[in-house]
Design a protein around this ligand. Structure first.
Ligand SMILES: N[C@@H](CCC(=O)N[C@@H](CS)C(=O)NCC(=O)O)C(=O)O
Length: 200
């Protein structure tokens, strides 16, 4: 059975948990307690020498990056819908996966890393960058219902996590009605798993 190495507060792990659930893929989850440092345990480092979750194991296939895992799951279980097979369709999805691991991780994702996990960094700068990025998302989602077109793809599921969690990093979404509409459309998908709550 597919196994996901997971941590409940990780936004990157949430992307994969959520996608597995939306695609209806049977799997088991192994908790890697990041707060206790379990990602640095020798047995976990043999799976991912970078010491990070998520990691997905499917038989002999071991994947250790949320976007790579999303491509794998989208292609294997997405019936050609969650990761289109035509050249432009797939490239549009890849564009938004790149935004997800670049700009989204570095702005709202980083702001949350500072506020929730105590990472060192300039919170105000991360919040400013987040709003500049959210304006781009707002413009785009005012013109189409999902990031890569008329229907949801793996790019929506992956981008969802750190945008829905942006308020944890002090980046409020009140000024972005098109983004909030997009989040709500995604949350209505069968099997959708809510984003992780921050600890009390
Ligand atoms: N590029 C990776 C990044 C994964 C990542 O940063 N994971 C974080 C949790 S969200 C982690 O495991 N951090 C543990 C650490 O750095 O010690 C992905 O998209 O999966």
């Amino acid at each position: 059975m597919i196994r996901l190495y997971d941590f409940h507060l990780s936004g990157n792990a949430h992307k994969v948990r959520n996608l597995l659930s939306v695609l209806g893929v049977e799997h088991e989850r192994v908790n890697v307690d990041l707060l206790a440092g379990e990602q640095r345990a020798p047995e976990f480092l043999t799976l991912n020498p970078f010491g990070k979750v998520p990691v997905l194991v499917d038989g002999d296939v071991v994947l250790r990056d949320s976007s790579a895992i999303a491509v794998y799951l989208g292609r294997k279980f997405g019936r050609g819908e969650w990761l289109p097979v035509d050249a432009e369709g797939e490239a549009r999805v890849q564009e938004w996966l790149a935004i997800c691991t670049g700009e989204v991780a570095n702005a709202p994702g980083f702001a949350r890393l500072i506020t929730v996990f105590g990472a060192e960094g300039d919170l105000e700068e991360a919040q400013q960058k987040s709003h500049a990025l959210l304006e781009r998302f707002e413009e785009h989602l005012s013109e189409q219902p999902f990031l890569a077109g008329e229907r949801p793809t793996i790019a929506d599921i992956t981008n969802y996590s750190y945008i829905a969690l942006a308020p944890d990093g002090g980046v409020e979404l009140g000024a972005y009605p098109a983004i909030r509409g997009w989040l709500e459309r995604l949350e209505k998908l069968p099997g959708f798993e809510p984003a992780p709550q921050q600890p009390a």
